[in-house]
Design a protein around this ligand. Structure first.
Ligand code: MN
Length: 261
């Protein structure tokens, strides 16, 4: 059964097109996030015609304020892709005024996603999980995925009520604290991510092909076989792809690969 990577920075590998061919050959469904609207076109171009790679338009919180002028490109990309990321908040950077500006940019992005409907949004929330969940709110017409979640258990509960998924990467499964958090997430809300090339595995950049390692760790947490963990993550991804434009789920799941964005 196919592996799932909901957060991979394909454009930041040393050889993105070589990585893309490995992903296609291994048939790993991969959301290729971008950090700024101006680089989305590159990822969309190399991903065109692939079966397993979905380019996502993003504005990373660490550079959001500096790159805010690129937002018109973001809105244009939203017309052709339902995948959004990396977006979010990071309260380890900047001072209070920058954080206020970050939050208003993130609010604007989610407002546009909400208008569009049916988006799948992979979200960064370092030291800002509470604010991220506040901005998502309760009636978001799309699917938020909290990437590398490290907030409190209380905020995690709020995130679950807001319909969030949690994506787990190879660095998280090496962390006792993160594993404890993952054990508290309802199984049907868990996904896998590489966050490559930033996350490392055995001294090299993690890739979508490492998602089997993450599933092996999830299998231990859940006390199931690795194959069952792979199947659970696969099913979770199929269900979230199947949100219709009102944010409701249809009855049949579809994993039909997309030819073109
Ligand atoms: Mn990332």
């Amino acid at each position: 059964m196919a592996l799932i990577d909901t957060h991979c920075h394909l454009d930041l590998y040393e050889q993105p097109e070589l990585m893309l061919r490995h992903i296609e050959a291994a048939r790993v469904y991969t959301i290729a996030v971008t950090n700024a609207p101006s680089v989305y076109a590159y990822t969309a171009t190399i991903a065109a015609g692939t079966r397993f790679i979905r380019p996502a338009v993003g504005l990373h919180p660490e550079i959001a304020v500096a790159r805010a002028a690129e937002l018109p490109l973001f809105w244009r990309a939203l017309e052709t892709t339902r995948y959004v990321g990396e977006v979010g908040l990071d309260y380890t950077v900047g001072e209070a005024p920058e954080r206020i500006r970050q939050r208003s940019l993130f609010e604007e992005i989610l407002r546009r996603c909400n208008e569009r409907g049916n988006t799948i949004v992979t979200i960064h929330s370092r030291r800002a999980a509470d604010d991220v969940v506040d901005v998502i709110g309760e009636g978001f017409r799309g699917t938020p995925i909290l990437h590398w979640y490290s907030g409190s258990a209380r905020t995690l509960n709020r995130a679950m009520r807001a319909g969030c998924y949690i994506s787990v990467n190879p660095a998280m499964v090496r962390s006792h604290r993160a594993i404890k958090m993952v054990a508290n997430v309802p199984r049907e809300r868990v996904l896998t991510e590489s966050d490559g090339p930033f996350v490392r595995v055995d001294g090299r950049a993690a890739t979508p092909l490492d998602m089997d390692l993450v599933c092996e760790s999830l299998a231990k947490v859940w006390r199931v076989t690795a194959a069952e963990a792979v199947a659970t993550v696969h099913r979770n991804f199929a269900v979230l792809l199947d949100h219709d434009s009102k944010g409701q789920r249809k009855t049949t799941a579809s994993m039909t690969p997309q030819r073109k964005q």
